[in-house]
Write a protein that binds this ligand. Structure first.
Ligand code: EPU
Length: 425
């Protein structure tokens, strides 16, 4: 069993580079199914979610090469093979195989997607969209069956603003007959990235990045080459680390506009932020002030940074309340932070923290991806050696985290320990 061992208190200094966006990657890779020739995607993060999606494409007959962040996908011999559990269960984004396979083959059988446990995560809006396009969707023995004679464009109003449903409906609609309109669509940069790839494959999409997206179906899509956008959540995680433990850190390969909600909150706390075109510099922070935060859909404060940000709030003077309006149960890290001496508690959809409290090293468990990132930040500022267990969650979403952090002076190592040493087992 691998764990991270972090010796806290080392000041972080220098430059750290952000990888390609995980939440784009997990949609761009399935989107390649819709093409009739080679699709090349450059700048992909080297994370286990990407490797799992590669395996899923291979499961349906795709020929895939993945080397140094560049994936080349030959979709010509893909077939609509059933994808039961196994790989599908390893990540939530396997739901994008539904939209892409439905779009290309008008037929798909896929196990229910897995992913982080953050409270209920239904996919009713995805299914509502597929049905509006003419698909029959049934749940049989734990797998979703999608079948359509043909897909026809439709007007779809999303009852909940959902990144996944917006992208999945785009994937299913690009080869449908006629016009599809998605109203109340999500506006995340990852949606624009997927629309850019699809447009370069020959799709007709207008309005990606606004709350109304119009798609005019085309007969076929061809291969293309695409460079992914930088990961705004990884960038945000590094910004929070720099504010918590930095002594002058430059975050490289970031689009400052994509992290504006975080930048605004950090400034409100008293953190200096110097924005360049593709860099953000954060000098050493002093006298952090408490703030209240509410997560919202983009361009609001991202739920994916709620857990890392709460660690910073434990170091700010005064009481802070952080409320997650997107996920009801994304607070499993709070128990672990209290084991490290944070003054924190959960009340409903909010975590209430009081600071500043010096953190003490402990053995803690990452319950999910961003909880893991939060515990790494806590370890970097805690007194002593923190052991973070269940790091497979972290490696689903952060590319070369150990090497990147070592590069700015962190004392963090990955070590193997025996199974008996795992907390609670
Ligand atoms: N929702 C529904 N019905 C649906 C879809 C969503 O009720 O059919 C609800 C969800 O339960 C949630 C909210 O709508 O309360 C937002 O869900 P959304 O569909 O936007 O989330 P997602 O597509 O499942 C993506 C990211 C998440 C990120 C959210 C919100 C991917 C693969 N995942 O999830 O990323 O938290 O958008 O921004 O893109 C992460 O990276 O750690 C992560 C969890």
């Amino acid at each position: 069993m691998d764990v991270y061992k972090i010796t806290g208190g080392k000041p972080l200094r220098g430059s750290i580079k952000v990888s390609g966006a995980k939440n784009s990657a997990v949609a761009l890779i399935p989107a390649s199914i819709l093409a009739d020739s080679l699709v090349t995607i450059e700048g992909l993060p080297e994370i286990s979610d990407v490797v799992t999606l590669q395996a899923l494409l291979e499961d349906i007959g795709g020929k895939v090469e993945f080397n140094k962040g560049t994936m080349t996908i030959d979709p010509t011999e893909m077939m609509s093979m059933p994808l039961p559990n196994g790989n599908v269960k390893k990540l939530r984004a396997s739901y994008y195989m539904m939209g892409a396979m439905l779009g290309r083959f008008k037929h798909a059988v896929i196990g229910l997607p897995g992913g982080c446990h953050l409270g209920p995560r239904p996919i009713d809006q995805h299914i509502k969209g597929f049905e509006a396009l003419g698909a029959k969707v049934t749940n049989e023995h734990g797998a979703i069956y999608l079948r359509a004679e043909e897909l026809r464009g439709a007007k779809i109003y999303l009852d909940v603003i959902s990144v996944g449903a917006t992208i999945n409906i785009m994937l299913a609609a690009v080869l449908a007959k006629g016009r599809t309109t998605i109203e109340n669509a999500a506006k995340e940069p990852e949606i624009i990235d997927v629309a850019t790839l699809l447009s370069n494959m020959g799709a007709k999409i207008k309005g990606a990045g606004t709350n109304v997206i119009r798609i005019d179906g085309v007969e076929k899509l061809h291969g293309t080459k695409h460079t992914i956008i930088p990961d705004r959540i990884e960038a945000g995680t590094f910004m929070i680390m720099a504010a918590a433990a930095g002594d002058g850190v430059t975050i490289d390969n970031v689009i400052p506009f994509h992290v504006e909600a975080l930048t605004a909150k950090l400034r409100e706390m008293g953190v200096d932020i110097v924005e360049g075109e593709e860099q953000i510099f954060i000098p050493k922070s002093r006298n952090l002030q408490a703030v209240d935060v509410k997560t919202l859909v983009y361009p609001g404060f991202p739920t994916d940074l709620q857990q890392p940000f709460s660690v910073l709030l434990s170091q700010a003077a005064g009481p802070s309340v952080i409320t997650d309006t997107v996920y009801s149960a994304r607070f499993k890290h709070i128990d672990e932070l209290t084991r490290m001496n944070a003054d924190a508690r959960v009340e409903g959809r909010s975590a209430i923290l009081a600071g500043p409290t010096p953190l003490q090293a402990a053995t803690v468990r990452a319950s999910d991806l961003r909880a893991g990132a939060a515990l790494v930040i806590a370890g970097l500022i805690a007194d002593g050696v923190t052991e973070v267990q269940e790091i497979q969650h972290i490696e689903r979403g952060y590319s070369s985290l150990i090497e990147k952090l070592q590069g700015i002076g962190a004392d963090i190592r990955k070590v193997s320990i025996s199974k008996e040493a795992i907390v609670g087992e």
